[in-house]
Design a binder for this molecule. Structure first.
Ligand code: ADP
Ligand code: ZN
Ligand code: ZN
Length: 729
């Protein structure tokens, strides 16, 4: 049969759950390639999902593809995984596939198939040469000056000036530049590989004992040597000639540290990282190295689970409990869960590691049929590294400025000893709201049901949900009085209070307002290591993975907020967050101290944290979940609906509920409710929670339900989405 008589089934980025038929053009084609196609009046990009001899549409009505790119972007195992993901999360197949294609390919800028370059100065490039350039060639001068100092990568030049490629071209015509392919290299000093302790050995033995698919949960406290175990497992696996390892980490902030550790450990292996701090070119380049099998080790965040890797032999998920593995919009997948499916498809081992396992993983590892290997690392690997002492400090409304006397004294002691302190408050800005003492007016966002936050440094009122930003007011808009006060505290306020208490200390605030880039975090590490900073005030940005050897005190100011949360996962999240911040104190040989301010010191969360005992706490929580038939003892999904007009959303969610009830008596359909933030960015929000005893019952209902919702007349007037295995309410 000749290729001309075949039909291409193309996946494209449209919210319709189907493939689109096209005729081939004269170019050769195969599954997994991407094509430019006419769609309506536009030209768009799609991926060839299948090739068929039939089409439901008569060939005379079909259009031909415009262009076929020779690169095969997904192989058969990736299509299998993506098809599963589309069906499981009830997300249209084309949108599922297109949401994991590197964005640079989607823009069809593929002509730039080059590698990243690095530019070097030739002997022609001198100070004198730069000085004689016409003054208006400002950008060219800037680029030339930078390259004169040292070699610069393409991505660095891009950040330097706009119109960078023109500047480079000019300098090249002047004969000032040479370029070559950029290849990340590090200076390798031989690293000493620690000999494993008996617990670590047992863990490795258990994981390598079996061939093929097997999930293992490493439950190990911070510093117990989990990363060391990952590295030795990978070493073992990379002994095979064609092999690749994938490591997922929750946060981009953590990747540079881990990346360095792996690079120095595996100097002869090719390692690439995949995360959103990379430029599109870097990302595509790294993705291609993974896809070709050239990269042996891939370290990435959530989305990296969808990287094609022909020789993948192991998947490791670090901090598996972390909720940032769950995508909260668009394709709402959970990277850990997708990873488990991928490992099963590929018949390879998967390792989940954490100090505070998610209850789902805990349940799977401890149930009688041992779905996962349950492996423990119970002490710190470095000799003499003790766990910090964790205490609660009772606070109440009268606690001045939100910081207790005990905590102030503890900070003051650290200052005397030249040690560092971290004060943790999960709220940026100066105060969470502006309040009128005369008429009780408070600053609310017009587009969201939330308060506008006072930012005193910049004199602004900001909504942290929609980004609304206005001048700080001094007169009450309701009563015209002059009695407006900031209420409560955020990072800026605490910084101010500490500055007042310790005028001679060097205090640094770290939150999204002060610290946006990777660079500023690196700088922060340098300054902390040089002991230029005495006190850090920060949000959860600082909670994870940062190692500061001279930090010996952590104070937690607003832990109680989580206790009021309607989210049944809140205690679990609070526990892991507290363990994580505690992990910041006393990483080296000086013993650390953690002070948690609370009005409820007897709460089981704090009891467990004080004893460093997650195990008892997890068991208690699991019992509660079982009694209340909550996950992991049941399976759930949420229908989320948003509309500009309140009655459209309401009607839609009500009819959805009614239809769902008619579908099954095995699935509990709860009443539609408003989420805790009822209005967001001007949209009225509703949600509907459904729950079943088995995944199968839930999925059966979802299939019919989603098909109905997609063709529902009201669907065009609202935005709706299905969230399977939701983790936020
Ligand atoms: P985790 O990932 O569990 O937080 P790491 O693997 O980072 O733990 O180990 C914490 C520290 O202990 C690191 O400095 C690491 O080099 C060291 N370490 C790990 N295993 C051993 C060992 N068997 N002997 C000595 N030091 C070890
Ligand atoms: Zn007022
Ligand atoms: Zn808002």
């Amino acid at each position: 049969m000749n290729d001309k008589q075949k039909f291409l089934k193309v996946a494209i980025d449209v919210p319709i759950n189907q493939l689109f038929d096209y005729l081939p053009n004269d170019e050769p084609f195969s599954i997994g390639q991407y094509v430019t196609i006419p769609f309506g009046r536009r030209r768009i990009i799609g991926v060839i999902y299948g090739i068929s001899l039939n089409s439901d549409i008569h060939p005379s009505k079909l259009k031909s593809v415009i262009n076929v790119d020779p690169e095969i972007i997904f192989d058969a195992p990736m299509f299998k995984l993506l098809t599963f993901v589309s069906e499981y999360y009830h997300h249209p197949i084309g949108q599922t596939i297109m949401s994991v294609v590197p964005s640079r390919l989607k823009k069809n800028l593929n002509q730039l198939r080059q590698f990243e370059l690095i530019y070097q100065a030739t002997s022609k490039l001198t100070k004198e040469f730069i000085n004689q350039l016409p003054p208006r060639q400002l950008r060219i001068r800037k680029v030339a000056e930078a390259i004169l100092i040292k070699d610069r990568r393409q991505t660095d030049v891009m950040k330097l000036v706009s119109n960078w490629s023109e500047c480079i071209r000019q300098l090249e015509t002047y004969g000032c530049l040479k370029s070559k392919k950029y290849d990340p290299q590090v200076d390798f000093t031989a690293v000493e590989i620690p000999s494993l302790n008996s617990e670590q050995k047992a863990v490795i033995k258990a994981i390598t004992k079996k061939q093929g698919y097997q999930a293992s949960l490493i439950f190990g406290i911070t510093g117990s040597g989990k990363t060391e175990v990952y590295m030795q497992l990978i070493e073992h696996i990379l002994l095979e000639s064609e092999s690749q390892a994938l490591i997922l980490v929750p946060e981009i902030n953590l990747t540079p540290q881990l990346e360095n550790r792996f690079r120095t450990r595996f100097p002869n292996k090719k390692l690439v990282s995949l995360h959103s701090h990379l430029t599109d070119i870097e990302r595509l380049d790294n993705w291609r190295k993974a896809k070709s099998g050239e990269a042996n080790i891939v370290i990435g965040t959530r989305l990296a689970i969808f990287t094609p890797m022909p020789f993948i032999k192991i998947i490791i998920i670090d901090e598996e409990h972390d909720i940032s593995f769950k995508q909260q919009d668009g394709l709402r997948y959970h990277a850990r869960d997708v990873a488990l499916v991928r490992a099963k498809h590929m018949n390879i081992p998967i390792v989940l590691g954490t100090a505070t396992p998610s209850l789902e993983s805990w349940h799977n590892a401890t149930r009688t049929d041992n779905k996962y290997n349950f492996l423990k690392l119970s002490f710190r690997a470095v000799k003499n590294a003790a766990l910090p002492e964790i205490k609660t400090v009772l606070v109440n409304d009268k606690t001045k400025n939100g910081i207790s006397r005990i905590l102030v004294d503890a900070v003051s002691n650290r200052l005397k000893r030249k040690e560092q302190s971290l004060i943790f408050i999960n709220r940026r800005g100066f105060a969470p709201t502006l309040f009128c003492a005369s008429c009780s007016w408070s600053s609310e966002c017009k587009r969201c049901s939330s308060k506008l936050v006072v930012h005193r440094k910049t004199n602004r009122l900001k909504c942290h949900h929609c980004g609304h930003d206005q001048n700080l007011i001094i007169r009450c808009p309701n009563c015209d009085g002059m009695n407006l006060r900031p209420l409560g505290s955020g990072t800026q306020k605490i910084e101010e209070v500490l500055n007042g208490l310790f005028p001679e200390a060097s205090i640094l605030r770290v939150d999204r307002d002060t610290t946006r880039s990777k660079k500023s975090l690196t700088l922060l590490h340098d300054r902390m290591n040089k002991r230029e900073i005495d006190i850090l005030v920060g949000t959860q940005m600082l909670a994870k993975g940062h190692d500061f050897p001279f930090l010996t005190l952590v104070g937690v100011l607003d832990a109680d907020n989580a206790l009021y949360s309607p989210d049944y996962r809140a205690p679990e999240k609070l526990f892991s967050q507290l363990m994580q911040v505690s992990g910041r104190a006393g990483r080296s040989n000086i013993k650390g101290e953690v002070l948690i301010q609370t009005a409820f010191p007897n709460n089981p969360v704090f009891e467990g944290v004080k004893k460093h005992n997650y195990e008892i706490f997890a068991r208690t929580l699991l019992q509660e979940r079982q009694q209340m038939s909550l996950p992991p003892y049941s399976f759930s999904a949420i229908l989320r609906v948003e509309s500009k007009k309140i009655n459209y959303g309401e009607q839609f969610v009500n009819s959805a509920a009614k239809f769902a009830e008619s579908l099954s008596n095995k699935v509990v359909i709860y009443d539609p409710v408003r989420p805790s933030i009822e209005r967001l960015k001007g949209y009225e929000r509703f949600q509907l929670f459904i729950q079943a005893d088995t995944r199968k019952d839930l999925q059966t209902l979802l299939r019919e339900w989603v098909a109905y919702l997609r063709q529902c007349a009201l669907a065009s007037r609202v935005k709706w989405s299905i969230d399977v295995d939701p983790i936020e309410f």
